[in-house]
Design a protein. Structure first.
Length: 240
């Protein structure tokens, strides 16, 4: 298993960047640079590896996920006609399992995209913040697994985020969402929706809501372990 030289070089540069950054952030411009390399390689392995990469990010934070506790967080009751299956379809483990099936050709991208889209309907603010972010990361991973490549539109959004520091918490890719899930240091008991002084905006307005040391742990894993593992999984699919 050999990662192409241009991608390997970009990974080394990204690793140096995140280690030298005081808050150990890996910015959207750097992530966009990495994602742009996959279509430039233009091989079946690269295509599959990019999709596996998203799934691996979701699986990394899956242990943080737990089923919603509707009673504890005073989530309003669903309408009578609310599809019961969405309770399953919004589950992080279900989304990641389906993502793998889509990549392996055991489920259609059309069905996966449908589930990923419907998941946002069922996702409620009825769980601790790290758990919610882990579920969002899984849903994004499912969406990425259904795409044949990381679209130009998504890369453009990352580049625009890089030009606007105020958008540093925006989550367009599974990698950054998983990073936030892993590094959110707030006490889960203090981030229930009814405990947020200004609702969701309270968290995103905080200057330092993330633990830098945990961010570093996550990004080092993503750059040094997730990429090689994604490439290995892709090569196994091609050669098997």
């Amino acid at each position: 298993m050999t990662i192409p030289a241009n991608l390997n070089q970009a990974l080394q540069e990204a690793l140096e960047e995140v280690r030298s950054d005081p808050s150990h952030q890996l910015g959207p411009a750097t992530r966009a640079t990495l994602y742009k390399i996959f279509p430039e390689i233009d091989t079946p392995v690269a295509n599959l590896a990019r999709r596996w990469l998203a799934v691996l990010a979701g699986k990394y934070v899956l242990p943080l996920w737990s089923p919603p506790d509707y009673e504890k967080y005073h989530y309003p009751p669903q309408p009578e006609d609310f599809p019961e299956e969405l309770v399953t379809q919004t589950a992080a483990d279900y989304a990641l399992e389906l993502a793998e099936k889509v990549i392996m050709g055991e489920a259609t991208a059309e069905f996966g995209s449908h589930v990923a889209g419907e998941a946002w309907v069922g996702l409620g603010y009825c769980m601790p913040l790290p758990s919610m972010l882990a579920e969002i990361a899984a849903n994004i991973a499912l969406s990425e697994a259904c795409n044949q490549d990381f679209s130009r539109w998504e890369i453009d959004i990352l580049i625009k985020q890089a030009q606007n520091p105020a958008s540093r918490f925006s989550r367009i890719d599974a990698a950054i969402t998983a990073a936030h899930a892993f590094a959110c240091y707030l006490d889960p008991e203090q981030v229930a929706p009814d405990a947020w002084p200004e609702g969701w905006n309270w968290w995103v307005k905080k200057e330092e809501p993330l633990d830098p040391s945990r961010l570093l742990t996550y990004w080092e894993w993503w750059l040094t372990e997730a990429f090689p593992e994604a490439w290995r999984l892709a090569e196994e699919m091609i050669t098997s």
